[in-house]
Design a protein around this ligand. Structure first.
Ligand code: ADP
Ligand code: MG
Length: 411
């Protein structure tokens, strides 16, 4: 895959695919992280006099022109954060867009309307991909968070452009996740939590794959209680009570438990037993109690909503014994302050340990933002949730694969 250093940038006309699917409230951006994250690549392009055409999706309008999902709302935030003038066209393809691209002068910036206003984005339509890069010399992918989706602005557009490369953000994300395969960073520890258990981005499969690549896997969050139940530990109503309804629709508990038993057997076969919660904060009839699994189980009506202090301590020791920690998924129902100690405990240990950490997951990052304060050299905050999970499952990411494709002749 080429990087910005391998391509001719001088005054090039560039389609810059960013991940600007920012959080909004009442038409105002509430979190600027994703715009900020685009800055390093943007600055390099601007220093080289590139004509920059920014393209992104926002939300899930799936072919409808939903004004609430218009990138027009990002004109002012981009102007402020990237310190630039911004032109805008209200369609990402077509005559008006083509003319605006042609008219761009060196260093000028054009923002295109939401690519998901066209259903062809979702179907990775080849002609739509071509139209997205019409008049462009170079396609730059800096949208790591969308690389797991085989969409036209990620794949078809990359393949149709005369030249393609990774932006600095994408390059950094790949480098961080690749540390998992770097012998210098062993021993490695993965901490997987949260509530997406089965389904296509099910963390069960993440745990399964990581067993092969890391030295130790710890399982926390709601996910952990599936493993405990599969081992015969009573978890009461933990799995039946639905906090947010984000478990995969149609997932069967029986299938999930069978999958857990397979993963447990595989872990033992590999000599890497899973690290599971030894204690938990359990809510029983709206009162919280601490349950130690060595001597007790979760009562029938109880819900285990966070890992307990014994587990936090065991995890801290495991973190300190590692050179690399990869963490995805909160340790508890952190939206309620009573159940955030486990998640915060992990985050606090990461801020003081001497190794390197890569942390990702939409909810995980939101939960620990205050503790990790935007990340550091020692703790990298990954900009992609689903993309990170796809990587950790060991599956190819179509957006990255498109950049790696060596094209012969014209497409
Ligand atoms: P991420 O977005 O970081 O990938 P997930 O989406 O998988 O994480 O899971 C986040 C959700 O998991 C949060 O809403 C959190 O409340 C929930 N969660 C974590 N542990 C528990 C638990 N023990 N019981 C109920 N919900 C939990
Ligand atoms: Mg989530």
């Amino acid at each position: 895959m080429k990087s910005l250093r391998d391509v001719d940038l001088a005054a090039a006309c560039v389609l810059l695919r960013c991940e600007l699917n920012v959080a909004m409230k009442d038409h105002h951006v509430t979190d600027y992280t994703r715009i900020e994250a685009s800055r390093p690549t943007f600055d390099v392009l601007r220093e080289n006099g590139c004509r920059i055409v920014i393209c992104s999706h926002m939300g899930r309008p799936w072919g409808e022109r939903d004004p609430a999902k218009s990138l027009r709302q990002l004109i002012e935030p981009i102007k402020t954060v990237l310190d630039t003038d911004v032109q805008f066209v209200d369609d990402c393809i077509g005559t008006e867009r083509d003319e605006a691209v042609l008219a761009l002068k060196e260093g000028e910036v054009l923002l295109l309307e939401n690519v998901r206003y066209h259903a062809e984005e979702n179907s990775n339509d080849r002609d739509f991909g071509k139209a997205l890069v019409r008049g462009v010399d170079l396609y730059v992918n800096d949208a790591f968070g969308n690389c797991h989706r085989p969409h036209a602005s990620m794949v078809a557009a990359a393949l149709a452009a005369p030249e393609r490369c990774a932006g600095l953000l994408l390059e950094r994300e790949i480098a961080e996740l690749s540390l998992l395969n770097d012998p210098e960073f062993r021993p490695t520890l993965a901490i997987i939590g949260g509530a997406k258990v089965s389904g296509k981005d099910g963390k069960l499969f993440v745990v399964k794959n990581l067993l092969r690549t890391v030295d130790r896997v710890a399982v926390v969050g709601k996910l952990a209680y599936y493993f405990l139940l599969a081992q015969g530990v009573g978890v009461g109503a933990t799995l039946t009570a639905d906090t947010r309804g984000i478990d995969a629709p149609g997932a069967s508990l029986g299938d999930d438990l069978a999958a857990c038993r397979d993963v447990i057997a595989e872990a033992e076969g590999l000599g890497k037993p899973l690290l599971l919660p030894r204690d938990s904060v359990v809510s029983v009839n709206d009162a919280d109690t601490l349950v130690d699994f060595a001597s007790a189980a979760v009562p029938a009506e109880g819900r285990a909503l966070d890992i307990g202090p014994g587990t936090v301590e065991e995890l801290s020791d495991a973190i300190d014994a590692s050179n690399l920690v990869v963490w995805n998924g909160p340790a508890g129902y952190f939206e309620k302050p009573a159940y955030q100690e486990g998640t915060f405990g992990i985050a606090k240990t990461l801020t003081s340990f001497s190794g390197h950490a890569v942390v990702g997951g939409g909810d995980t990052v939101a939960a620990i933002a205050s503790v990790l304060d935007g990340g550091s050299d020692a703790v990298h905050i990954c900009t992609g949730g689903g993309a990170m999970l796809t990587w950790l499952m060991g599956e190819p990411l179509p957006g990255i694969a498109a950049l790696e494709t060596v094209l012969s002749g014209t497409v």
